[in-house]
Every structure is written in C-alpha cells, then in structure tokens.
Design a binder for this molecule. Structure first.
Ligand SMILES: CC(C)(COP(=O)(O)OP(=O)(O)OC[C@H]1O[C@@H](n2cnc3c(N)ncnc32)[C@H](O)[C@@H]1OP(=O)(O)O)[C@@H](O)C(=O)NCCC(=O)NCCS
Length: 177
C-alpha cells in the first residue's frame, strides 16, 4: 500500500468514520480542526492511501514558544547550553497526532511524525524554530514519542520536546520515510 500526506482539503478528504480510540482526538478532527485551520490556529495534515480520500491519520502544527527551563532534561544540555537566555524561544507544536484504529501498528504514526519533523526542518529555514513540542494524550503516547528521542518538559510529564538541532537523525535508518 502506498500513502500520501497532504494539507487537509475539505473538498477532497473524507473524515467521516475516523476513530483512533481516543474520543478527544476523534472529536477534534470531526468538529474543531477545520475551524482551527480557518482561524490560523493550527495547520492540519492528513494521510490517505494514494487512490482513496478517507483520512487514515492526521497531525496538526502550530507556532509555539519554549523556555530554557522547559528544556532542562540532561540529554538536551549539550545543545541547550549554547542557546541565548532569551525569556521565550521559538518552537513548533505538534498539538495532535492520531491514526485510525484499523490502521494502527502499520507505521502510519511513524510516517506522520517523520513528515511533521521534516516539515519543521524545512519551515525553520524561513521562520526559526528551536524545538518541536508535542502534547501526549496519555502515558502510552508519551512512550511513542520517547521512542523517537522526545524528552519530557520540566514540570509537564505529558508535554515533550525535541531540539531541532538533533533532527539530523532524520537521515538515519531509525527514521524511515
Ligand atoms: C500512538 C499512535 C499515533 C501510534 O501510531 P501507529 O501507526 O499505531 O504506530 P506505528 O505503527 O507507526 O509504530 C511505530 C513504532 O512506535 C511503537 N508504538 C506505537 N504505539 C505506541 C505506543 N502507544 N507506545 C509505545 N510505542 C508505540 C510501535 O511499536 C513501533 O515501534 P517499533 O519501531 O519498535 O516497531 C496511534 O496508536 C494512535 O493514534 N493512538 C491513539 C491516539 C494517540 O495516542 N495519539 C498520540 C498523540 S496524542
């Protein structure tokens, strides 16, 4: 099966029936996401099979800020100690990411995450972003993001970050496209 990830287009992509096992993430796609896009609160990207319009998964991106304190994790220190101590630093938020239950376990979550990270790297040449931040919905989602190197933000157990400087890993086999 081949898949493509594109910006959501309400005239082309069908959301009906999407269910990922987390009602809040389903409701967001069905009821809120397009309003957020219209109001410039979030950009929405969806994955479909190439010859089909049904949404099999999605993620959102928004501009965000982060502090040096947020990134106090020991593994981030080699990168963070070189950062100027501005009160707020630029980041990008993956606010939501989900895969339809019928398609889970087939690496679509990984495809979506890699696409989001590659998009952030691309965008960061135009609008600087220091880190990618994710909001995990539960402990299992935390484990999913930690697999890809995300680290917990201080005092926020379900919010994680990944310095953009460490995204060179995208070129490694652990980040297949
Ligand atoms: C979490 C989620 C996005 C993962 O998507 P997926 O397509 O099922 O995952 P993939 O097949 O791409 O898995 C890639 C890797 O992550 C691991 N993984 C998947 N879900 C995981 C989880 N919940 N916890 C830990 N690891 C997980 C897989 O085992 C696989 O690891 P491997 O390389 O060792 O084989 C998906 O299960 C989902 O949408 N869940 C409900 C919503 C949710 O929790 N969203 C998370 C953000 S809030």
């Amino acid at each position: 099966m081949s898949f493509s990830i594109q910006a959501f287009d309400r005239t082309r992509h069908q959301r009906a029936g999407f269910a990922c096992g987390q009602p809040a993430l389903d409701a967001y796609l069905h009821k809120q996401a397009t309003q957020d896009v219209t109001r410039h609160v979030a950009a929405l990207f969806v994955i479909t099979q190439n010859d089909d319009s049904h949404v099999l998964g999605y993620y959102t991106l928004s501009a965000f800020t982060i502090t040096v304190h947020d990134m106090a994790h020991p593994l981030a220190q080699p990168i963070i100690r070189k950062i100027p101590r501005y009160p707020l630093l630029p980041a990008t938020l993956i606010g939501r990411l989900a895969v339809d239950s019928r398609m889970q376990g087939q690496r679509l979550g990984e495809k979506l995450l890699v696409d989001a990270l590659q998009r952030v790297i691309h965008i960061s040449t135009q609008i600087a972003t220091l880190a990618v931040v994710v909001d995990a919905i539960d402990e299992r989602a935390v484990a999913f993001y930690e697999k890809y190197g995300f680290m917990p933000i201080s005092d926020h157990p379900k919010r994680l970050f990944l310095p953009v400087a460490s995204l060179v890993r995208l070129n490694s086999p652990t980040f297949p496209r």
